[in-house]
Design a protein around this ligand. Structure first.
Ligand code: HEM
Ligand code: HEM
Length: 235
């Protein structure tokens, strides 16, 4: 059966070869986000809020950069190339139990949902953090001056609740990656590290890498946004 968004219709006839799947920026952003969330978790729980703010900014920076890259980045990073409608997702879900489905060049239809859920959850935690009022008010978020104490504590509670939601989404993410490894024999983690994946040769399936200047323009804009947020819009 031909699954949309999946490499190759006639898999057996195709020659296996190593294909580039993820460009360098997408991989760096992923592992930077993992590090930032880990650090946010640690500093959030230990109350080391000065460093917590910095790691929170890094997480927000990555999310904004990833959104930018989702519009102007390399082919497998572009939302338009992997976000699919419910019908395609459903069709893909029905093939999940098949052990030998071919590897996707980028995200599969179901993986796309987890990408969006992960980015949305991190954004939700990050934005509520910006308005959160810390109990002793020393290290409240940079935009907490726009809300009163009660509202700021409301944001802090949502910050904590959305973090729990994020942990659940991350757990599902790791379960999915493990499922592909154990059941489907596809090592997605290795691809996220090396950027490469073994797949059948199919014309037109090469990764199209976006020019670096687009990344630099995005980095400049996003860094500017984070800087302005950090000042609390005060100059
Ligand atoms: C996006 C990544 C972030 C994660 C994963 C994260 C996670 C956490 C966690 C786990 C806590 C402890 C919550 C609790 O005690 O129940 C916390 C507290 C806090 N975070 Fe974040 N945070 C993030 C971003 C931010 C940002 C960007 C800011 C502001 C610049 C921020 C400001 C705060 C503040 C002020 C608290 C203390 C709230 C209180 O005292 O109740 N966080 N965060
Ligand atoms: C803080 C925890 C994590 C977050 C927030 C997170 C988030 C994400 C996001 C947003 C993507 C989409 C990549 C893109 O298109 O830019 C992704 C993909 C991926 N992540 Fe994570 N991730 C986390 C932890 C991990 C860990 C610990 C692993 C490895 C054990 C991992 C393995 C992967 C793999 C293999 C993919 C590619 C999936 C595919 O081939 O479709 N992630 N992750």
């Amino acid at each position: 059966m031909r699954v949309p968004g999946v490499l190759g219709g006639d898999q057996k006839a195709a020659t296996m070869r190593v294909l580039r799947v993820w460009d360098f920026p997408t991989r760096i952003m992923h592992w930077l986000l993992v590090g930032a969330i880990g650090f946010c978790w640690y500093t959030g729980e230990t109350g080391d809020l000065e460093y917590h703010h910095y790691s929170g900014y890094v997480a927000l920076w990555v999310v904004l950069m990833r959104v930018w890259w989702g519009f102007v980045g390399s082919s497998t990073a572009k939302f338009a190339n992997f976000v699919r409608g419910p019908q395609t997702v459903f069709k893909y879900v029905r093939t999940l139990h098949l052990r030998n489905t071919p590897a996707t060049l980028g995200h599969n239809a179901l993986g796309a949902i987890s990408v969006l859920a992960l980015l949305a959850a991190v954004a939700g935690v990050g934005v509520t953090g910006l308005f959160a009022v810390d109990m002793d008010v020393l290290y409240s978020g940079p935009l907490s001056m726009y809300v009163d104490f009660k509202e700021g504590r409301w944001f802090a509670r949502w910050h904590s609740t959305l973090f729990d939601v994020l942990l659940i989404v991350i757990a599902l993410h790791l379960l999915a990656v493990s499922f592909y490894y154990a059941y489907k024999r596809q090592n997605l983690v290795a691809s996220m590290i090396t950027g490469k994946r073994k797949a059948p040769e199919v014309s037109g399936s090469e990764l199209e890498v976006a020019p670096v200047w687009r990344l630099l323009v995005g980095a400049a804009i996003v860094s500017g946004i984070i800087y302005v947020i950090d000042t609390g819009f005060f100059y």
